[in-house]
Design a protein around this ligand. Sequence first.
Ligand code: AHR
Length: 455
Amino acid sequence: MIDKKIFGSFIEHIENCIEGGIYDKENINSDESGIRQDVLGLCREMSPSVIRFPGGTVMGIYHWEDYVGPVEGRKKIKNIIWGGQITREFGTAEFINFCDEIGSEPMICINMPTGTAKEAADWVEYCNGTDDTYYANLRRSHGYEEPFNVKYWCIGNESYAEPDLGMQHDVNVYIREAWEYIKYMKLTDPSIELVLVGNAFDMEWNKAVLDAFAPVCDYFSIHFYADGEMPVKQLEEFEETQLYSLEQMLDEYNMRDSKLDRWYRIPGRKREIRLALDEWNIWNPNENEHSKYGLYQEYTWEDAIWTAHFLFMLIRHSEHIGIANLAQLVNVIAPIMTNPDGVWKQTTFYPFMYIRKYCGKEISLGQSPFEESFGRDTVATSDDGRITYFVINSDGNDKYADCILSGFKQISLMASNPSDVNSMSEEKVWVEETDIDKDRILFKPYSINILTENE
Ligand code: AHR
């Protein structure tokens, strides 16, 4: 089964992703709650299945109680991690409303560096509590009678990163402290699912974390950013080395009988451990004229083709990958861009939106007429027998495939040049849709193609 949570995204209090992007009280396109309706429209079109929040690295200064209740009472702070300020006006309820408006599942990352297990457990109760208890009642007093039902909770973020706040970069400290969070949060709501911190490049870290947490680890988090230098090569290497070793490692843990002693009083995981690639993208982190950490990126059509390759990889590995989040959603290394006057779609918006829309429930292996000649440039999925083929032509020449696909249509996403970028004033990407009526299928230069049966 392909878990649709692989088509997730991520928002953080970082530069103008949330404030000045999604949320902007002063903007003419915002509703009375401050949410920009033009941004929301594009988010709905792109339709991320799950959205991770509030960080990222910034969660190390995020204390959720300062972001709930009447907006007027919330106090502005300095964003000591990424620069600028956080008004704290976009907090838990605003995030849940935003997800509801899009139809996305919320995924919350708790603060391990400067928070406490109790604080995280109280957040769980605030979101999910249904009893007559303090934090559930606090949510009710803020106008939310029904629980938010947040199922996915990340126990830390890149905790191995020594420059970040907190002491958990020592794996033994991470393990000792994470246990307290896991127990406290699961005792508060046994139905939540947990994402523990892994490191794509440190198998010792991974082994230690899984040795400790295999019985309660629903998802194992891995982040992957290609830095813009030969991203295709980086992606191939990642798939061939890190990803395969991680999968092998998970297979070993999944075969073990790892049950929790009943005196822990919390349930263990219900299914096998899967990966959460809960941050991925192309990101050249060098300073540029807009952003100190390169968080403003203009994505070329070549980057969009890379994005399609990445999504193909997620589909190919869907047996092991249960969640993936394109980092991030708006303005910051993002497919959706804003300025005070309007919004535009980066090139990468298109493959995400179309592949997410047409991806079936299952991967269809060994049945594609394109597999032999297109290799990694193709993948096929099926939905109750209805097959969809995805094919990339990353070359500058036409490519053909001889096969009969009667009753199919071909949707092609294209730009004239790999270096093309979209801007507010100019869309360089276009979409062509044609019925397939020949036995020879043409894949135009630099095109991402979806071949799907007509309804
Ligand atoms: O997505 C930007 C940053 O990249 C996140 O805050 C952090 O988790 C990662 O290093």
